[in-house]
Design a protein around this ligand. Sequence first.
Ligand SMILES: Cc1ncc(C[n+]2csc(CCOP(=O)(O)OP(=O)(O)O)c2C)c(N)n1
Ligand SMILES: [Mg+2]
Length: 345
Amino acid sequence: MAQVLPAESGLRRVIGDGDTMPDGTVTGLEDDDLLELYRQLVLVRTYDERSLVYHRQGRIGTYAMYWGHEAMQVGAAYALDREDWIFPSYRESAIGLLRGMEASTVLSWWRGHPAGWWNPREFGVASLCVPIATQVPHAAGFAWGKRLRGQRACALVFFGDGATSEGAFHEGANFAAVMRAPLVLFCSNNQWAISTPLDAQTAASALVDKAVGYGMPGVRVDGTDVLAVYEATAEAVERARAGDGPTFLEAVIYRCAPHGTADDPSAYIDAVRVEEERRNECVGRFEHYLRRRGLLADELVAQMRDEALDVMRQAIAAAEAEPAPDPDELFEHAYADPPPGLRDG
Ligand SMILES: Cc1ncc(C[n+]2csc(CCOP(=O)(O)OP(=O)(O)O)c2C)c(N)n1
Ligand SMILES: [Mg+2]
């Protein structure tokens, strides 16, 4: 039986505030790693901001923006090896960019075009799950399979605070713990499930406390701190590889953007809090940290932003140049034997 300490309830932080809270460092990250983390943050932030513009211009469909979630995605993915698999939700739609996927592929996904389907094996990135929490048992099963085959790879699954109320989350978490599957359960707690606030979602004082019930370690981290996210994930990966089973990570932020392009949060969100939180957003926080360490200057910032903008310009052009899809493709992978109504229609 696993011996589980009460989950850590304080928020882990590495990046200071440039004033009373000092900056820390993370073992294993050299200066080059820090700059690469920043480049990745700028890339995924630019993807998100440009996507919103493309949506407004009618060039992509409904889009789930992840503005403010970038440090959770980049920090967690950086702690993995290329052989490890990522199981994303719609909120991590552009995570493949960190594994060399073309941005045009992700844009095509949001355009509802088959060019947006990728082969999960090619990138170690599973299909995006829109049904809440269904990716958790997928990831648990995958990780268990790796263990059964004696392979080194582990899996990391992203899901939201709302997903922790779903049966699929419970089944996946429980199964992974019992089977000691090499899995990192990464909860991106943005404190909202569309318009449902966290206190209406759970009676637990912190989501991380759920870890104890499953018999796994739980760690709570500041989700706007890319270094703290990296460090906590790297520790969880180490446990997974050592055969010590899954870890529950709760990364906490406050959602500062709408749930998606079809949502109007002014009907329910606290606008003053959003303004406050936006001032502390994750890309700027890390940029200030790097500047305090003398690693980043205006020129490099401008260069990385230009490169990311260029990626997006080329990507939307490539996505729009795709020929119109054949409607039959919609059914090709859905039915071995199409029902008569469809076949004849
Ligand atoms: C099984 C299921 N039920 C309901 C929905 C509708 N829905 C879409 S997003 C969402 C909220 C999810 O919130 P959370 O898990 O916190 O993720 P976030 O959107 O905040 O990243 C809901 C209920 C769905 N997609 N799937
Ligand atoms: Mg949420």
